[in-house]
Every structure is written in structure tokens, then in C-alpha cells.
Design a protein around this ligand. Sequence first.
Ligand code: KMH
Ligand code: ZN
Length: 316
Amino acid sequence: MAEKLVITAALTGSMTVPTQNPHLPFASEHLIADAEACVKAGASAVHVHARNPQTGQPSSDPDLFAPVLAGIHAKTDAVAGISTGGPMGQLPKDRLRAIPRYKPELASFNLGSMNFSMHPVAKRIKEWKYDWEEAYVSGTKDSIFRNTFGDMEVYSAIFAEHGTKPEFEAYDVSHLYNLRFMYKSGMVKAPFWIQFVLGVLGGIGATPENLMVMKQTADRLFGAENYKWSVIGVGYPMEFNLAAVAMAMGGHVRVGLEDNLFVRKGQLATNAELVEKVVRLAKELDREIATPTEMRAMLGLKGKDAVTFPQMETVA
Ligand code: KMH
Ligand code: ZN
């Protein structure tokens, strides 16, 4: 029997722009409402990025995380994982600021420097909703997503200090070797929670064959018993194709508007619709869905009460 399925909802990200999908949440009340709807649909975790609540511009300002984390904490039982990916082009030390402040159970930990681009999208958009969007999207052509070994050493120490489990984001096979280096050097401890991210322009492509390569490499480097994994298929229909393959392989799944904008061909999605669709697939494959409590037990998370998220009243 495969273990229960952990579904993570990645609500907004920092690469998609509001022009691409009117349902992309960025004001705290919309992010909180989406988190609630996703948890109701079957997500046990939400992956949280901050954005400017008026314009949707990506940010890593801890103050902008505050109302979102407070609302999710008050209204759901979900594991709220904080993104340390930040807006494109920002330094790792700035992307990390929310971790000491909020001591989350889980946070993203990107496993290597890389190109991470969505510049081809700019050519397809004629009218932009907000001023910042076009330059941001086009600018990804020449920006580097920086995660050096030095940066990762700092991240390892800060995560350990605050009891935050890393959600390792591996965008290519080499990133798994970077993780093994950190493991062998004693910077990080097993068991790991790894997201295999397939389909970013700059990373490995979103195919079932590449997912097998990632899984086989991780099995070889760490031993299957030393890690759990989830898949992120970037784009449509890759998000669902890889979700189905991962479910059949015993892995877990992340969906959400951070990674894919469509629920079916030509139909823009809401976050809840993406979770609902993956739950339907899981039911067909007889994969039961994990609750947040079950997810916490599976990953050995410290628990919802051990974070230092603000209270809703203090950030309204
Ligand atoms: N900002 C992107 C380049 C994460 O959430 O840690 C990648 C990202 C991943 O945001
Ligand atoms: Zn993210």
C-alpha cells in the first residue's frame, strides 16, 4: 500500500504575473481564502509567497508575509511552508528574512544556482495589467537564481537554528548531488523532503522519463528510506501528467497557480480547482489523501504550535 498522498497547494509563486490569470491571488484576504479552499479540497500544505497586496509584485518582505501567515494559521490546520525563493534577482540573504521571524515548520530550500526564466511569455502578452509586469517577465532572460554553496551553508544553519524542515527544491539532477554534498559535509540531516521540480526553463524538462531519472538518482544517492518526495510539473498539462505518474510511483504532489495556470486546455484555473482535479485523479488511483496531521507525522514536522506566526488581530 502506498502511503497517503500529501498534496501541497502553491498559491501564487513569484514568477507568474496577474495578467496571466485573473484568479492569481496576491492580497492577503485572497491568499487566505484560496488556502482555505485548497485545504477543504484536500491539500495538507500550502506553499506561501508574499506579494505587494495592491499590485501583485513579488516580495520577500517579512511584513508582507505577516497577514497571510496569520490568516492561514487561524483558519486552517495546513502546514504553511514559507518560500525562500523570493522575487527574481534578489539575494539569498534577503529571501531568507521570514525564517527567523516566523520559524515555520517547513520552508523551501533551493538546491543550486541556475537560469530560471519565463521571458518567452512576454512575447505572447499584448496588454499588461500592472506597470511592473513586462519588465519583470522580460528581465528573467538575464537573471540568475542564485543559490551558491555558501548561500546553502547559511540556509542550512538558519533552518536548523529555527527548527524549520527544508523542502528541498531540485530542478535538475545536479541539484541532488549538491544535496548529497551537504549531507556528507554534515550541513543537513536526513530524512529529506524533496520536491522534484520539472519544467522550469533552465531546469530539467517535465517528462515522465526525467522524473524516473530524478527518483532513481535520489534512491542511489540517499537510499529510498532516507527521503520522501513530491513532484512539481510546471505548466499545463505537465502538472497533471506528472502528478499521475508520481502518484503511481508512490510519490506526492504539488499543484497550484505558482506552477500552472490551467485546469484543462484553454480553461484558466483557480487554486482550488487544481487541488480538486488532483484529488479526483488520486481517487481513481486509490491513493488516500493525507490530512495535515498525517503529513506532519510523515515528515517529522515540529507542529503548528511551534511556529511564531503573528495573530490575526495584530496584523489586520
Ligand atoms: N522565485 C523563483 C525563482 C521557491 O519558492 O523557493 C523560485 C521559487 C522557488 O520561488
Ligand atoms: Zn515557490
